[in-house]
Design a protein around this ligand. Structure first.
Ligand SMILES: [Zn+2]
Length: 351
């Protein structure tokens, strides 16, 4: 014996026999089942899954004649089955919106044979009240949805929201705003912190994307204006004490050669800072001079703000001019250079 519903081969949960003693209700069940020429017998039943949740007695009503709670679930009076498989044998995902919920659940068993008109009136009244209920529920949910959308939009850009959606594939083009925000985050948290945020599900571009984006910033010898722009974003979040910094000058030996720089599309390798002596301008650079700003406080930050290629020696006056530019540009963005540090090479001593 199986459940009589079309396509339902394995009954699950409780089973409910056709209400043969209530011909009108039984006829409704038969109509809902929708099988051609189907006549229910005393063994015909439907399984529990064809009844919507509201067709069952609430726990507090599901009691026996002595008022003790019953173990098994029971249908309300006049309950009708509303959930059936489609032709392909699939159960519906959600109930049809306008399905009347119950024909006459409040009518007692003794009054169950009532005239048709009354029954439909009852059903109409119920479905209207259900509609009102649902409408207010929809209104409430729409308002809640709007409120949450506003909150989400405050925190995330639209491309980030798209990335949050599990149905979207990888985001290929991050917006300028998101990239800027993410670079700032990477600077603040460091790569480990940044990757942690990503692993927690925050919609952020991967570090490689940020690096390839950063490769686009202007990085020609001299004052690195783009780095000051980046630094100024960070300064905005700094405490007053963290804005004091030290300017460090460091020299590093580089391999002398001429190379083609793809980002600037030019040949590099010659000194970019004038030599002190009248050295030949076609000589190759042997050193790189890096100018780095770093914090003096507990909060660690540092940023390279200028660099030059030099020969064996360089013009100290030229270097001093660059130092002056760095200090004044720093104070423009709110960073105060309080000290200068460098090793004691002969050129440095000249500065
Ligand atoms: Zn079934």
């Amino acid at each position: 014996m199986v459940c009589v519903a079309f396509g339902c081969h394995v009954g699950t949960g409780r089973t409910f026999y056709f209400p043969l003693k209530n011909p009108k209700l039984c006829a409704e069940w038969v109509r809902r089942v929708g099988r051609k020429d189907f006549v229910p017998g005393k063994n015909s039943y439907l399984c529990q899954k064809h009844f919507a949740p509201e067709m069952f007695l609430a726990p507090e009503q599901n009691v026996d004649s002595r008022g003790r709670p019953r173990k098994r679930i029971h249908l309300v009076e006049g309950a009708i089955p509303t959930i059936f498989c489609d032709k392909a044998g699939r159960m519906p995902k959600k109930r049809k919106a306008r399905e009347p919920l119950c024909l006459s659940s409040s009518v007692k068993a003794s009054q169950s044979v009532v005239d048709l008109d009354h029954d439909y009136a009852e059903s109409d009244r119920r479905s209207t009240s259900v509609e009102v209920d649902q409408k207010s529920k929809i209104d409430r949910l729409t308002k809640e949805n709007d409120r949450l959308s506003v909150l989400l939009n405050k925190t995330f850009n639209s491309d980030q929201l798209k990335a949050l959606d599990p149905n979207t594939k990888k985001v290929h083009a991050w917006s300028e705003g998101t990239l800027k925000k993410s670079i700032a985050k990477l600077l603040m948290c460091g790569p480990t912190g940044y990757e942690h945020c990503r692993s927690e599900g925050e919609p952020l571009p991967c570090i490689r994307t940020l690096h390839s984006h950063l490769a686009k910033i202007n990085f020609e010898p001299g004052l690195l204006e783009d780095m000051f722009v980046l630094l100024s974003q960070e300064v905005a979040r700094m405490a007053e004490v963290d804005k004091y910094c030290c300017l460090m000058i460091d020299e590093m030996a580089i391999q002398s050669c001429i190379e083609y720089d793809q980002t600037t599309q030019s040949l590099i390798g010659h000194p970019t800072m004038l030599a002190s002596s009248a050295a030949a301008s076609d000589s190759l650079a042997t050193h790189a001079l890096a100018f780095v700003l770093g914090s003096c406080s507990q909060r660690r930050w540092k940023m390279m703000v200028a660099y030059e290629f030099t020969g064996k020696s360089f013009c100290a006056q030229e270097a001093v001019r660059l130092l002056g530019k760095i200090v004044s540009r720093s104070s423009q963005i709110g960073v105060l250079v309080k000290s200068l540090s460098m090793d004691m090479g002969p050129c440095n001593q000249a500065i």
